[in-house]
Design a protein around this ligand. Structure first.
Ligand SMILES: Cc1cc2nc3c(=O)[nH]c(=O)nc-3n(C[C@H](O)[C@H](O)[C@H](O)COP(=O)(O)OP(=O)(O)OC[C@H]3O[C@@H](n4cnc5c(N)ncnc54)[C@H](O)[C@@H]3O)c2cc1C
Length: 439
């Protein structure tokens, strides 16, 4: 557990075929229903069971522009594997690992459209939604420009998701494939700052906004103290670090939050401590009960196995400084479950007189995300919902502005890679239909 190499275990050919052969080919296909992309899992596994890896890979690719990436990062136990009927009396099929196997052993064919449409689409945001849309729009023969405010493409896939969950070469293969198909990629280019939405609409026949939801949700008193990290910034600093710039977290690390980012931070902190020869002392503190954590159970189990401790039903109140202005401790109140909130989970209610302090060298705050307020300034006619996410048609991604589409977390709020891919592919299909209708 000292390094940042991938933890996912891969099948060899014989065991992949044997595992795929366990598929019952259920008539009701609950795994397909549970998959946000409705991948034809039974047909892919049937091909794999017969040793036809090419065909299995092609079936996964038919509905998913980034199937190998989903094979690594999807919370399968909540989706396809959670719905697998074999799981009722034993182990569900290892669908994620089989998807990884099939797609990694059958390279994606070159993107070579038969006809050029002469249309130009500008996509803002090169995360999974933007990459998936770019792939389908290039395949349809359009010219595609993909801009991203960050120095590298990938969205959270490159800037936060740790390499022990997703090896970077898997993402790089996709980006290279798009570039070889003629994608114009412009990193360091921000929609709304370097290019206005109006300019983008003038330059392109359609615009797709995939800018995510990437602003920290909220903070705590004391968040500016030395030793306090915002979750995604820590993950990003670790991904960029060389030997001299590895974040130093000290011996006692407390992670605040209960989502996937909090777990990724805790597992990253444990690796950093192990690498520097220290005992692992990382505690994740969550304000609700264990079963109410939004983080995938698989990731939580992995964190536990890697030495991360969990403390539930404690809500952080403030980050307290030492005399030098660095973090010394965190003040918490114990909570008890109250009435259900809008998420259906019991609201954590602070127990009167229950406050306590935990000493820490570092605190990592991972409370989630909200939309970038800059989206409001893109165009007053671009409709947003009450929370500030772009209002877009669920099937097409069409927004209130003609020829402007939106996809991924920028519309849904913080969600999943597979959902962003699904949105990007649907928007790509809708944009092609819109452009066909206009020509
Ligand atoms: C730490 C972490 C771990 C996660 N782990 C998982 C996981 O295991 N499984 C899973 O399914 N999901 C996971 N997620 C969620 C998943 O990564 C997101 O749902 C997904 O990346 C959303 O894709 P997107 O393309 O909509 O947005 P993003 O991935 O956020 O990409 C948006 C892109 O837009 C760019 N951008 C922003 N504003 C502008 C602008 N104005 N102009 C141009 N470019 C702009 C950004 O630089 C970024 O590259 C995780 C998220 C985090 C933060």
């Amino acid at each position: 557990m000292r390094d940042f190499g991938p933890v996912a275990l891969d099948f060899d050919t014989q065991s992949a075929i044997a595992e795929a052969d366990r598929c019952l080919g259920c008539l009701k296909r609950p795994c397909v229903e549970a998959c946000p992309l409705h991948s034809d899992i039974p047909s892919a596994l049937s091909a794999l069971a017969e040793g036809d890896v090419e065909q299995a890979g092609a079936i996964f690719r038919a509905t998913n522009a980034l199937p190998d990436i989903c094979g690594y990062v999807c919370p399968h136990e909540r989706l396809c594997e959670g719905a697998c009927v074999l799981g009722r009396h034993g182990y569900p099929l290892a669908i994620g690992a089989l998807e990884r196997y099939a797609t990694r052993h059958s390279p994606a064919p070159r993107l070579a459209p038969r006809r050029r449409s002469g249309k130009h689409i500008l996509i803002a945001g090169a995360g999974p939604a933007g990459l998936a849309a770019a792939s389908d729009l290039l395949a349809a023969g359009h010219q595609v420009t993909l801009i991203d405010a960050a120095p590298q493409p990938g969205g959270w896939l490159s800037s936060a998701i740790p390499t022990f969950k997703l090896p970077r070469e898997v993402l790089n293969v996709h980006v290279d494939r798009l570039l070889r198909a003629g994608l114009r990629l412009k990193t360091g280019t921000c929609l709304g700052a370097d290019l206005s939405l109006e300019e983008a609409r003038q330059q392109a026949d359609a615009v797709l906004i995939c800018t995510g939801a990437r602003v920290e949700a909220e903070s705590l008193p004391g968040a500016g103290l030395a030793g306090v990290w915002q979750g995604a910034r820590l993950l990003s600093a670790v991904l960029r670090a060389d030997q001299d710039t590895v974040p130093q977290l000290g011996t006692r690390v407390i992670v605040l939050g209960g989502g996937g980012t909090a777990i990724d931070c805790a597992r990253t902190a444990a690796r950093l401590q192990a690498q520097s020869g220290q005992p692992v002392d990382v505690t994740l503190v969550y304000r609700r009960r264990a079963h109410e954590m939004p983080a995938p159970p698989r990731d939580r189990q992995a964190a536990e196995a890697e030495g991360v401790r969990f403390r539930f039903q404690a809500a952080p109140l403030a980050l307290r400084p030492d005399p030098n202005g660095a973090l010394q401790s965190i003040e918490f109140a114990e909570t008890s479950p109250g009435a259900a909130d809008e998420s259906g989970r019991a609201r954590p209610v602070p127990v009167p007189g229950s406050t306590f302090l935990l000493e820490a060298d570092s605190a990592i705050v991972a409370f989630g995300w909200r939309p970038d307020p800059a989206v409001r300034r893109l165009d007053p006619a671009l409709e947003l919902d009450a929370a500030g996410y772009i209002r877009a048609d669920a099937d097409t991604g069409a927004t209130s502005l003609p020829g402007v589409y939106a996809a991924g977390d920028a519309v849904r709020g913080p969600a999943l890679v597979s959902q962003a891919v699904c949105d990007g592919m649907r928007a790509a299909a809708a944009i092609s239909a819109y452009l066909r209708a206009r020509s």
